[in-house]
Write a protein that binds this ligand. Structure first.
Ligand SMILES: [Zn+2]
Length: 120
């Protein structure tokens, strides 16, 4: 994956990446982390998918850190979506029901954003 453009302007940053193996890039593409494949080091968080062609993807992000890449770095996208979280939002057959909270068998945070369920 190559960084084609990286533009910062008031209100955000827009970065376009060229996919070297587009067939291996599966949706949802955002949010994701741009990582250095050696060591899986996160270089930049990519918050929103803005545009996509067969080869190029453009993201918008509020992450304004300097992109620390070397010419021979191999870069990759690492989706924030876990298989469990993706299933939660794409499984249209799931039946939701309200039940009293039970400390022993339930989790008290949102499995998508990890926010405490008691927060407004
Ligand atoms: Zn949430």
């Amino acid at each position: 994956m190559e960084v084609l453009t990286d533009e910062r302007k008031a209100g955000g940053r827009r970065i376009t990446l060229r996919l070297l193996e587009p067939e291996r890039t599966l949706p949802p593409l955002a949010p994701a982390s741009l990582v250095r494949l050696a060591g899986s080091e996160t270089l930049l968080e990519l918050h929103r998918l803005n545009d996509m062609t067969p080869w190029d993807v453009t993201f918008e992000t509020s992450d304004d850190r300097d992109l620390q890449t070397e010419p021979d770095d191999r870069l990759g996208l690492q989706s924030w979506w876990t298989p469990d979280a993706l299933e939660l939002v794409t499984d249209m057959g799931r039946r939701w029901r309200e039940v009293p909270f039970d400390d022993h068998t339930m989790i008290d945070y949102c499995p998508l954003c990890y926010r405490d369920l008691r927060e407004p």
